[in-house]
Design a protein around this ligand. Sequence first.
Ligand code: PEP
Ligand code: MG
Length: 602
Amino acid sequence: MSIQVFGLPVSRGVAIGRAVLVASSRVDVAHYFIDDSKVEDEISRLRVARDAVAGELMALKRDLPHEAPAELPALLDVHLMLLHDEVLTGATKQWIVDRHYNAEWALSAQFEVLARQFDEMEDDYLRERKADLEQVVERLLRAMSRGPSSSFAPAPGPASATRDFGGEDPLVLVANDIAPADMLQFKRSVFTGFVTDVGGRTSHTAIVARSLDIPAVVGAREASRIIRQDDWLVIDGDAGIVIVNPSPIVLEEYRFRQRQSELERARLSRLRHTPAITLDGERVELLANIELPQDAPVAVEAGAVGVGLFRSEFLFMNRDGELPGEDEQFEAYRAAVEAMNGMPVTIRTVDIGADKPLDRMSVNELRHEHALNPALGLRAIRWSLSEPAMFRQQLRAVLRASAYGKVRLLVPMVAHVSEARHTLEALARAKQQLAEAGRAYTDIEVGAMVEVPAAALILPSLLRIFDFVSIGTNDLIQYTLAIDRADETVAHLYDPWHPAVLKLVAQTIAQARAAGKNVSVCGEMAGDPAFTELLLAMGLRSFSMHPSQISAIKQRVLRTDARRWAARLEQILHAEDPQAVCAELHAVISGAPSGAAAMLAV
Ligand code: PEP
Ligand code: MG
């Protein structure tokens, strides 16, 4: 029977595929396909790991101290029995043979199947054996990571292009949660869609999913409990619905929609090299948000005229506590700058914290684990200023990259003038260090992110210090409405149309323009076509978004008469329901035939 699971739509389009359930703790297990010739090698890696773990367990049992509790040898026997049970290793082998999963993935897949069976057991004792099974699987995974790794590298390129050995079923990943850092590894993965139980629309997991440009639904609460390994799934990334084991008619309908949306994307991509100019002749800058230097060529290909936000913190994740040094960061920034071919690259200093922790090994992660409310804690510029040596290292790396193209520096989460001043002092010190070392750099513009209401409210002071501002609507909404952007239980209250949010955005744009300073929006609002006309009406001429959104926004820009929308701005900003007013105006200004529209509008 087909079931529907409801969540939040975070990345558009339709994905159809078989479910791969992954426990959150194991999302970082490598997931890739092996080709026919490597099946035996993978089985042998599994066998070697199993023998190694058996050796470990027997040694543990042999060396147990006399005073050890009597249950311990029995427990180790249970682990040994589970290890040798065909249901674990035999069936894992089958995943390798039938599906061509790499050994770690095959083992995790089989664990998910067995864990579900344990959960459903009536007998408490047997149900609790799941924890033992989990420990055995952990040991096996650890043994595999120590042993020789697979000689078959994960296939590069987009997810859909990774299965080239047999036209098998596409796969969709289902997990309780995926950390932003883990999501990043799926940039080169085999999955054609994602579903998670937790997360909000602008959580960083959702943002990275959107940057992958594959359909995703987050905050689907019970999804990973309801969906079973291998179920057929339809992910409707526009509506935020997951259909489990759809009927043939529903499947056909979604296949049709999938083809339509592919055609629409192909049509839009033809706008790639068209300049973004409104009907009334206003030139608009469409920039890209990137997470890694490898995203820069994708941005160029999508028609971006620069990078408006390089989220440098992604370079700091998945590193087992060892942060990237100055040279490594410099190489990454230089790679992005060179890929952009003279177009500007706006590098944001690390925005670690809140829902973007470093990995578990680091001291700072530990600090965050203890923070009562990490979104209000030591994150972004607060974190950087609390780690002066690390901060100057990053600033030197950014400055050095400026010798290779146009670089701008962006400071996240500024709320105090003192933070601005301390940042500029650190920058001056970094320049001095470079000069002393004889390293080349150029003078770079420095901008502030306006993403805390306090920054919007003291903007004139910040505009005296900074060269430009960029509005981070994701956080501005979070902090204005006091809604944790990553918490699906309050996601219905996370409202980008809230009049308070729109007033802060409009006021920031107007004040920056009046001061003659460049202003852009780099939050998700910039890539949402529902806001394009309104932002243009507010006077915004610089939008930064995921490369995949550029064509759709450009189409909107090309069809907008910014002057006519500007004439209605006050009406929208003073409305109780600005979204409804915008929808009405849209029908009048953009939708109706020109004669009627002209009569009804301005
Ligand atoms: C924002 O807050 O809008 C923003 C662009 O920064 P991030 O999403 O990385 O917090
Ligand atoms: Mg932010």
